[in-house]
Write a protein that binds this ligand. Structure first.
Ligand code: HPA
Length: 270
């Protein structure tokens, strides 16, 4: 594993020698955020040794290196999901690579279904905790001690000081933000009515198909995370509506400017 990470890092460093401070992973329909970055180098995933290649519409599949708010950043436009058939280790490989490139903080966005009745489509939800039990844990298997401990602590994977800063940034821009627990599922099916009901019953506020495995691996390597969901569809008991990927992308696009503002300001203040 370490050798593979180093090969990927060496490849990237051959064309970009700076040390990025912040890693950013952009979710479905949220890739336009990269327009905010002063891009120094763009590398398609297929050129990077051992990188998986993304297949989903709305995920373009390249690593972006550059500057944002006076900070050096590395951003993933496009990420990897269980439903594409990647192994959990493949899904998190880029997070390992970003750590070895030097990142100190990881910012993540995703599109998610809301199950908290106080939410509405287009809301932003800061993730303050998660439930990972419906997806395979990416740390299952031999532990490489150079990467992190066998039994990582998960009491604060979403760093509360960053959450506080993000809330301040949002409030100064009069952007309303919700906060809650994200439940990760594999997809690709959206949830049945019974599944949405279960997700709410076990303490979920939103459900989606990404982020959690990336955060687990970041926690394993001691990287503080901040993650935010764009609520692209809502489940309300008794008012079920049919969901489509197009609807998810459309809602994500509409909420993107709010998310962009928060990420941009947050990067400045980190
Ligand atoms: N469920 C799971 N994943 C999702 C959803 C949803 O309702 N919306 C966007 N991603």
């Amino acid at each position: 594993m370490i050798n593979k990470i180093n090969e990927a890092v060496d490849y990237i460093k051959a064309s970009y020698s700076e040390i990025p401070e912040i890693g950013i992973i952009l979710g479905s329909g949220l890739g336009n955020f990269t327009n905010e970055i002063t891009i120094v180098k763009e590398i398609p995933y297929q050129h990077i040794p051992h990188f998986p290649v993304s297949t989903v519409e709305g995920h373009s599949g390249k690593l972006i290196l550059g500057e944002l708010g006076g900070k050096k950043v590395v951003a993933m436009a496009g990420r990897f999901h269980n439903y594409e058939g990647y192994t959990p280790q493949e899904i998190v490989f880029p997070v390992r690579v970003m750590k070895f490139l030097g990142i100190k903080t990881l910012l993540i966005s995703n599109a998610a279904g809301g199950v908290n009745p106080e939410f509405k489509v287009g809301d932003l939800m800061i993730i303050n905790d998660h439930v990972s039990q419906f997806v395979p844990n990416p740390l299952i298997g031999k532990n490489e001690a150079e990467l992190g401990p066998r039994f990582p602590d998960m009491t604060e994977p979403y760093k509360s000081s960053i959450i506080q800063t993000a809330k301040k940034v949002a409030s100064e821009a009069t952007i309303e933000v919700k906060e809650g627990v994200y439940i990760c599922v594999t997809g690709p099916t959206f949830e049945t009515k019974a599944e949405y009901r279960m997700i709410r019953a076990i303490g979920g506020d939103a459900v989606g198909m990404s982020t959690v495995q990336e955060v687990i691996v970041a926690a394993h390597m001691g990287i503080p995370c901040f993650a935010i969901s764009v609520i692209t569809d809502m489940w309300i008991d008794g008012h079920e509506e049919i969901i489509s990927h197009e609807e998810v992308l459309k809602a994500a696009k509409l909420a993107e400017p709010k998310l962009t503002h928060i990420f941009k300001e947050l990067v400045k203040q980190l």
